[in-house]
Each structure stands twice: as C-alpha cells, then as structure tokens.
Design a protein around this ligand. Structure first.
Ligand code: F6P
Length: 408
C-alpha cells in the first residue's frame, strides 16, 4: 500500500471495538503503511478534519495490549447519517478532499448497520465519480444483527457480561426464600433483534436454573400473557427473574417502553429505548402487589471489558487486520465477515463480502431457536452462542481497577 490509511469508529460502542482498531493498525504497519490515522468521532469528526496519528499510542506493543483491554470507542464515536448523494455532493467532496490532503488511500469503518451504510454511500460515490480510494467495513455491534456474518464482534463480550450478571442476580434473588417472591425484571439492549436478550439463557448450568422467562422482540409482546406468566411463576417459586429486551413491542409495533410516554429519536430515526423493565415492574407491583426490582443493564453491558470474551477480543482484532489485507488486495465496498467452520472444536475464519448485501439489513434470532411458548431459547441457540463467550483476558489492573488507554 503506497498511501496512508484512516480508521474510524461509529455507533454504540462495545467492549472490543478498540481491539479492531489495534488489528487495523498492527496489520497496516506489517505492510509498511506510513501513517495510520484515527478519525476522532467517526465520519462526523473526519468532516472537520479531526484526525490523530495512531503511532503516538500504538507504536509500543504495550499500547496495543492496553487498547485491547479498553472498552468504548478510543477514537470517539458518532451517530451520523450520510445524506443521499444527489443534492449533497459537497459533503462527499469534502470527505474525499480531506482524504486527498492526507494522502489517504483506504478508509476502514468499524460499526453496525448504520455505519455500514456510511461505507456503502462512500464507496458508491467513489465508483460513480471515478475516485480511487477504497472503503472497507469492520463489523462491530453488541446487537449481533448484521447479516451474512456468522456473528458480530462485540456480541460475545456483551453476552458474557449478561450471562454472568443474570447468574449473579438469580443467586442474589433466591437467597431470601420469602413466601412472596421478589419479581426481578432485567432489561437488555438490542433494539429490534433479540440476540443479546437471548444471552440471558447462557446463565443456565448445573449450578443455576437460568431466568424464568425471556421475552425477545422477535415475538409480539402480549401484556396479558406476560402478567399471567408472572402470576403463575409467583405462586410456585420463591424467586422470579425475567429477561426482557428493550425492544419488546405489541402487535401494533408500539414498544413497551413508549407506552404512556414520549421517547426521543436519533439521527437514524431509532427510538431511544429505555424504561421497559421499570414500566413492567411498576405494573406488577401495582396490579399484583409483589415486591419488584427493575434492572436495566444499559451501558454496563457494552462497556464491561473486565469480563470480555477472549474469543471476541481475538476475532475483533482479526476482522480489523483482515480488512487491511482485503484493501491491500484492492477490494472496496466490502465488509469483513466471520465465517464459522465448525462447532466442536469451534473454528471461525473471515472473508470479505459486498457491502450492498449488508448495509441497512437487520438479522433476527431464527424463529426455530425460540421455544414454542415464545418465552425461551432452545439448544440451537446455546450451540451457536456458547463458543462466542469463551476465554478471558485479564485486565491490567492499576490501583485496584482496570487501566485503559486514553486519547490525549
Ligand atoms: O446499536 C447498539 C446499541 O447499543 C443498541 O443496542 C441500543 O439500543 C443503542 O445502541 C443505544 O444507543 P445510545 O447509546 O445512542 O442510546
């Protein structure tokens, strides 16, 4: 590669998105790339020419090790929607002129569905205007909802945190053997895909019964059925723990979290989802009179680097490195996919796939992995997800808490 490269991060952060930046950097340096720039706050910052030189942080291998253990977006993230090309050419021209100014040959963008739309739009513009710069997407999303790829970096670590925390919550709640149980409702991210909520099922083992019910957005949420299930569980158990997706909605598409209140909307038109567990817990307390507790994992589930999956960290690094290899081969308008080759032992390779099949497509939990009553997952899900949460990378503790790499 003759020119320089730039890498950016976009959308909701994960515990391992920085490992992908480390992978891009390490592979680019192996290939002799001169400058590896980081976009500060994704394409939004790039439009204002906000760049950093990653040599400053990563030329020492200790920096790479620390970055792999640092959650959130080290470079800074954004939620910026590229406008349609017609009528907005000046935004595109600005991006290409900044690339030319810094002699940037390839742009790598780590993100989920919305970010892959940015890769698609920029590569479409390049193709239509005879530009030589190349664009490669690096998958990441705790939501695990990108199509084509077997799974998405970020998912395994969030799933590991969820399975671990569910187990700890269940352990805590069952300690009181009270006649009237405490009903705990745990709210898990994932918007319209139930992959993350499904991870609550991974808490089940010889030493833990797992959650009593799991409600995914793949099935319409029926409030009467939900309340009936709570009542049924409460008469027979001294502890009830239920996992619900933040995106559960009724048959009309109304999210539970927006029932009775207004919710904010982001640049992509996504509703701000929060408050589902609180709403359901309040309803149970008011209508059935049980003690309830609402737990919203919120930011914790995507920032929990202290319990990240080593498999996930390694795969995040790999997709970053393989994105650079793809660009070196001359590929553009691609996203790197993880391709599972075996379950026992688990094996996974990568390939590059056309971004047009990926951008703006959401992949849901397959119907046949959901139990017939719609309130749990069967063994197919466990077979799929268990390998993704395996292994640990011990944090580099400083003064008793994990140390992180921070941009100056
Ligand atoms: O896209 C990832 C994600 O973590 C979703 O699961 C969640 O709904 C959303 O981001 C939250 O976004 P924000 O942090 O912008 O509220």
């Amino acid at each position: 590669m003759k020119g320089n490269i730039v890498v950016g991060q976009s959308g909701g952060p994960t515990a391992v998105i920085n490992s992908s930046v480390a992978g891009v950097y390490a592979q680019a340096k192996k290939l002799g790339v001169n400058k590896v720039y980081g976009m500060v706050h994704g394409i939004e910052g790039f439009l204002e020419d906000q760049l950093c030189d990653l040599d400053e942080y990563l030329s020492d291998p200790a920096g790479i090790e620390r970055l792999k253990r640092t959650p959130s977006a080290f470079l800074g993230s954004c939620r910026f929607k590229m406008p349609k090309i017609e009528g907005n050419e000046e935004i595109y021209e600005k991006i290409f002129s900044i690339m030319e100014k810094h002699d940037i040959e390839c742009l790598f963008y780590c993100g989920g569905n919305d970010s892959m739309d940015t890769v698609k739009m920029l590569s479409d513009y390049a193709a239509a205007h005879g530009k030589s710069q190349r664009f490669v997407g690096v998958p990441k999303t705790i939501d695990n909802d990108l199509p084509i790829t077997d799974h998405c970096p970020g998912y395994g670590s969030a799933a590991k945190y969820i399975a671990t925390s569910m187990k700890e919550i269940i352990r805590d709640n069952e300690s009181f053997g009270a006649k009237k149980p405490t009903i705990v409702i745990v709210e898990i991210m994932g918007r319209n895909a139930g992959w993350l909520t499904a991870a609550a099922a991974l808490s089940k083992d010889d030493d833990c019964a797992g959650p009593d019910a799991i409600f995914l957005p793949e099935r319409d949420f029926d409030m009467d059925k939900f309340m009936a299930k709570v009542k049924e569980l409460a008469v027979s158990k001294s502890s009830v723990v239920i996992a619900v997706s933040e995106g559960v909605h009724d048959a009309n598409g109304t999210y539970v979290c927006e029932m009775g209140r207004e919710v904010a909307v982001d640049a992509f038109g996504h509703k701000q989802m929060s408050g589902t567990a609180a709403m359901l817990a309040e309803k149970i307390a008011a209508e059935i009179g049980y003690k309830t507790r609402a737990i919203e994992f919120s930011t914790l589930q995507r920032a929990a680097a202290h319990i990240a999956s080593l498999t996930d960290i390694n795969e995040a690094f790999q997709v970053g490195a393989d994105a650079v290899k793809a660009a070196e081969r001359g590929e553009t308008a691609m996203m790197i996919t993880l391709d599972r080759n075996g379950d026992d032992p688990y094996q996974c390779g990568t390939s590059a796939h056309d971004i047009h099949d990926i951008a703006n497509v959401e992949r849901k939990v397959p119907d046949e992995w959901i139990t017939a009553d719609g309130m749990g997952l069967n063994e197919n899900y466990e077979k799929y997800a268990r390998p993704l949460i395996m292994g640990e990378l011990i944090p580099l503790f400083i003064n008793g808490v994990p140390g992180h790499l921070v941009r100056k």
